[in-house]
Design a protein around this ligand. Structure first.
Ligand SMILES: [Zn+2]
Length: 309
């Protein structure tokens, strides 16, 4: 193979004889150019060239991507569930605050307190859980703000109720607030205070009050004036009324057929607060009567004996 080079103008020509290596080089160049162009075109049209490389491990890549998305979705649902649980907690606190307000208002009304000093009638500033129910979820920062507001309000109410308690205790330490007598007119002391064989378990257990048996539906009376602090069903006690008499004294009346007073009521000594019954852990109609002094249960016997003039 010979390559003839002709120079323009002068009409002269050179003759070059190509060796084996030169021929191979030229052939490579001639084939290489179209190959490079084809490769470039391919890369250009296959999703900016990336898809070309992804093609090698297409299925593995898709799996990894799906897994990542699934995890991200899971984490998001987790976070939203936690926020929703917090929102429920906020709603519960709000409900408690409303009840606390109602209690405070009842007490201050019953005790005829200065409404300026004990204003429990302000409506709660926050809405209930309705927004959540309607499908709108709270954000973490909204919840934090709500929790802070609620904490402040509960602190304030607690302070007001404590002041109220002190005030009532001061005002009502009269003869009437001193625990005397039995909580029943008709009836008899059927079980004393202290260790006894439990009628249910058969074991020796502490009986933290005294029992007065009597006709079902007969009167259960407050043994001293005070403030009703509990009036509802309580495990074991059945229908229970609890009265705070101030000065560290508190009495409880259990197993009632029906409670006739509400939390926040101010009751007088001898007032009928419930009907004698057989509710809760009880083997027959009786009232289980407890006396607490500074938070500790005491034997009511000496207080009951005070009756006798
Ligand atoms: Zn009892």
């Amino acid at each position: 193979v010979k390559l003839i080079l002709v120079s323009q103008g002068r009409g002269r020509s050179h003759c070059i004889t190509l060796g084996l290596w030169a021929k191979a080089l030229i052939t490579l160049c001639a084939l290489g150019l179209p190959c490079s162009v084809a490769a470039l075109v391919f890369l250009q049209y296959s999703a900016a060239g990336v898809g070309f490389w992804q093609g090698f491990s297409q299925s593995a890549w898709v799996d990894a991507q799906v897994e990542r998305e699934r995890q991200a979705r899971g984490a998001h649902i987790d976070a939203q569930n936690k926020i929703n649980a917090l929102a429920v907690r906020v709603a519960e606190l709000q409900a408690r605050l409303v009840r606390l307000d109602a209690l405070g208002e009842r007490i201050s009304t019953n005790a005829k307190l200065d409404p300026e000093e004990f204003d429990f009638s302000q409506p709660p500033a926050l809405g209930g859980p309705q927004a959540e129910v309607a499908g709108q979820s709270y954000s973490a920062s909204e919840l934090n703000a709500m929790l802070e507001q609620l904490t402040a309000k509960i602190d304030e109410r607690q302070h007001k109720l404590e002041s109220l308690g002190d005030w009532i205790a001061d005002q009502r330490i009269t003869r009437d607030a001193v625990i005397t007598g039995a909580p029943v007119n008709i009836g008899w002391l059927s079980s004393g205070f202290g260790r006894r064989t439990d009628p249910f378990s058969g074991r020796l257990e502490m009986h933290e009050g005294v029992d007065f048996s009597g006709p079902e539906g007969s009167d259960v009376m407050a043994v001293a004036s005070g403030l009703v602090t509990y009036s509802a069903d309580k495990t074991g006690y059945g229908n229970l009324v609890e009265i705070n008499h101030g000065n560290g004294f508190k009495t409880r009346y259990g197993h009632c057929k029906e409670n006739l007073v509400k939390v926040g009521d101010v009751v007088k000594k001898g007032q009928v607060i419930a009907l004698l019954g057989n509710t809760g852990r009880s083997t027959g109609p009786h009232v289980h009567f407890e006396v607490y002094k500074n938070g500790r249960v005491v034997d009511p016997a000496s207080y009951i004996r005070n009756t006798v003039p």
